[in-house]
Design a protein around this ligand. Structure first.
Ligand code: BGC
Length: 502
């Protein structure tokens, strides 16, 4: 059951006539409502300041969803094979791969161990490849061939020659999609969001083999040693530096969280067929929550969220993601602006160039509006018009309207994310057999462009998280969002160093 908010729309359904002077003639257009009325409506739908009791109630319901899926779900709450976290002493040079939503990064990473005072995680060489639509559209093996070509380029630069008798370079992969781990080294490819087509014809196949097949075809002297989800990679790399890390968050194109849980928190069937030695050794396990897939039953949605979802290639797949990540914040605002233009005469009823295209409004433009502290919003205006020209310059009130919408959408996202993290922290505390007030400080390692760069996102999220923690009996700051930049690529290397064969 969706909790769609629809209030008082009928009240606003009378028609308005707006007269606008354009150069020498008067254009008269009929609009369903005035901009003032539309503004009130948007504020009511998006800006609802949920009372603390309601926030806690949503968090409780979300925690119930987490518990259900810890028992039964093939696509979320996925246990890795890692049952211990790094000590920070691991050493070695590794090839780390990071397949994100919009970038494929590769790096030679050196782990020095903490002992000698050197920077513990060093980048020896790095390459990045943009993942645009043409890459996201690659189907099946073609996508993995593209990855192998990138690996080949880095190896040439690094002087690690193909097909030689040199020792094989050990690779780790941070994969920003769900994966069903079948061993520490690999797993089965599961459905991919973010508009990727790579699973086409190969869903369920072994991910390491898909990549290694492409590497062998190019005679690349590498070996896949570890595959982890990027959320888990983030936790691993932060834990390498700070051994108190127990949770992580990714918030960029997509979102996810990883958490280190007692194995008893998961249903037996979730572990698949692991050897008895694994179970004997494992008290706890690193879990990829795929938190993006939660919240369908509990997070309040607006008609714009429903519209986005209905036109999505995977409707209902990632309800939380569709309301909070870099891929969608711009799209929600675009849908609101398009309605404002058509129903309330924003920009004189003229749609800015390109704004009819789904996903055309880049989240970076929203950030520019939130960042602009000038009285005239001149910087934001220039950024907006460069991407979406209009025949007549927007009025200041119209620019202020865009800024307000951006703020409402990003504040809501920060609140929903705080609720999701609070629910996860409560779950972990319970699974460890502790009361909320007894739990020691938990660091959430954060990575991703939105949490790192979107104006005030992290501080807004932290403020809501503090509010929720205090309400559930813990101290303010019991859970802290700490940035761990570039941690998913570092984590891919740490994963190789921590590999434990079952
Ligand atoms: C994917 C996760 C990933 C997250 C962050 C989500 O869309 O389902 O596997 O960890 O994005 O990259």
């Amino acid at each position: 059951m969706s909790v769609t908010i629809s209030i008082g729309l009928e009240r606003l359904r009378h028609r308005h006539t707006t007269k606008r002077k354009r150069e020498h003639h008067v254009v008269e257009r009929m609009y369903e409502k005035s901009m003032a009325e539309f503004g009130v409506e948007v504020r009511e739908l998006l800006g609802v300041v949920l009372p603390p009791k309601k926030l806690l109630e949503i968090s409780d319901k979300l925690r119930e969803e987490y518990y259900e899926r810890l028992e039964h779900s093939e696509i979320s709450m996925l246990p890795s094979y890692l049952h211990t976290l790094p000590t920070g002493m691991e050493k070695g040079d590794f090839l780390a791969l990071d397949v994100g939503g919009s970038t494929f990064r590769l790096a030679i990473i050196r782990l020095t161990g903490k002992s000698n005072g050197e920077e513990p995680l060093q980048v020896r060489r790095v390459r990045s490849f943009v993942i645009d639509k043409s890459i996201r559209d690659l189907k099946g093996q073609a996508f993995f061939d593209w990855m192998a070509a990138g690996i080949g380029e880095l190896l040439v630069e690094y002087g690690h020659l193909t097909g030689t008798a040199d020792a094989r370079l050990q690779m780790g992969l941070a994969w920003s999609f769900p994966i069903e781990q079948t061993s520490p080294r690999t797993g089965r490819l599961l459905a991919m969001g973010k508009g990727f087509c790579a699973t086409h014809g190969v869903e369920g196949q072994d991910l390491s083999e898909l990549i290694m097949r492409a590497c062998r075809a190019r005679n690349l002297n590498v070996e896949m040693m570890a595959i982890v989800n990027d959320g888990s990679a983030t936790l691993l790399s932060k834990a390498y530096r700070d051994t108190t890390t127990r949770m992580s968050l990714i918030l960029g194109t997509g979102t996810n969280a990883a958490v280190y849980l007692p194995t008893t928190a998961l249903g037996k069937e979730k572990f698949g067929s692991r050897p008895p030695q694994w179970h004997d050794a494992a008290d706890r396990v690193l879990v990829n929550t795929e938190v993006s897939m939660f919240g369908r039953r509990v997070l309040p949605r607006t008609r714009w969220d429903n519209e986005l979802n209905d036109h999505h290639v995977l409707p209902g797949f990632q309800p939380l993601e569709y309301m909070i990540t870099g891929r969608y914040l711009g799209e929600i605002v675009r849908l609101i602006l398009v309605e404002a233009v058509n129903a309330a005469g924003l920009f004189e009823g003229e749609l800015p160039e390109g704004l009819h295209e789904p996903y055309a409004l880049d989240t970076r433009i929203l950030a520019a509006f939130e960042l602009d502290k000038t009285r005239t919003l001149s910087k934001a205006n220039a950024t907006f018009l460069a991407a979406h020209p209009l025949p007549m310059p927007p009025r200041l009130s119209e620019l202020e309207f865009i800024r307000e919408i951006a703020m409402l959408v990003s504040r809501r996202a920060a609140t929903y994310l705080a609720i999701a993290l609070h629910a996860l922290w409560r779950l972990r505390t319970e699974a460890e057999g502790l009361e909320a007030g007894q739990s020691s400080h938990v660091t959430v390692a954060c990575d991703g462009t939105i949490i790192e760069k979107y104006p005030a996102f992290r501080s807004n999220c932290q403020a809501k998280l503090d509010e929720l923690c205090v309400l559930s009996g813990a101290v303010e700051g019991a859970v802290s969002l700490d940035m761990a930049p570039d941690s998913s690529i570092f984590g891919a290397a740490v994963a190789v160093a921590c590999i434990q064969d079952p």
